[in-house]
Design a protein around this ligand. Structure first.
Ligand code: FE2
Length: 235
């Protein structure tokens, strides 16, 4: 499997940037450095962070422990590294994923659109702790598009129980990306592009999708007040 590390800059380029800083006595615009690693943009948590967490919370959302049948939907895998802005891998960081199932329903008491039912075989929420290389990975399904939004995953990154980042991950090529309010709200183009990934078929004859996504976080915990996207809409 090929995993291009989109935010990785080579050691030689880092050294070059560093020596530029030294030789110019530090007089170098921040943008030169910022160009190297793009901070993953924040997004509101939205109304459907699970209000009751599933018993099984592992990083394979396809299969609930003890259930026979797997979730319905197109199998989708993604993973990458959690990095700080200097490119340092963050070990022991918790990455959480929550998302709509194949019917557009969340694990939330108000998370089902009118007339839709949650897939009981889909875990809906999962988490994983990064290893010493900062790596994380999820195996899940392609989330359905539900009214008012383009296709997306919700992601949170926590360190020592404190939320560092809440964000959303998008699929390249989705027509609704052009009109999605939350995606369009990301003013910085580099940041916006950093959360839109190309989910490609695993093999030429496979329906299964795969993508790589590195998450770049600041180390100051998030203000919990700013994360909420308002109460769940009445459905
Ligand atoms: Fe959502």
């Amino acid at each position: 499997m090929n995993f291009p590390a989109s935010f990785h800059i080579s050691q030689s380029r880092r050294k070059l940037l560093h020596s530029l800083l030294l030789t110019t006595g530090g007089i170098i615009t921040q943008s030169v450095y910022a160009e190297a690693l793009t901070l993953t943009p924040r997004a509101t948590e939205g109304p459907y962070y699970p209000d009751h967490l599933p018993l099984d919370q592992d990083n394979n959302l396809l299969q609930i422990l003890g259930n026979q049948a797997p979730a319905t939907g197109i199998i989708t895998e993604f993973g990458g590294r959690v990095l700080d802005v200097d490119g340092k891998a963050l070990n022991g960081t918790s990455v959480e994923l929550w998302q709509a199932d194949t019917n557009g329903c969340y694990i939330h008491s108000k998370g089902a659109p009118k007339g839709k039912e949650r897939d009981p075989q889909f875990q809906g929420f999962g988490k994983i702790t990064t290893n010493e290389k900062g790596e994380y990975r999820f195996r899940t399904i392609k989330p359905a598009v539900y009214p008012g939004r383009t296709r997306h995953f919700h992601i949170a990154v926590l360190q020592n129980g404190k939320r560092l980042l809440t964000t959303q991950l998008y699929f390249a090529g989705e027509p609704q990306n052009e009109t999605d309010g939350l995606l369009k709200r990301i003013a910085d183009e580099q940041q916006r592009l950093s959360v839109i990934r190309d989910f490609k078929p695993l093999t030429s004859d496979s329906q299964e999708l795969v993508a790589t996504w590195d998450i770049v976080v600041g180390l100051t915990p998030e203000d919990p007040e700013k994360r909420r996207g308002g109460p769940p809409p009445k459905r």
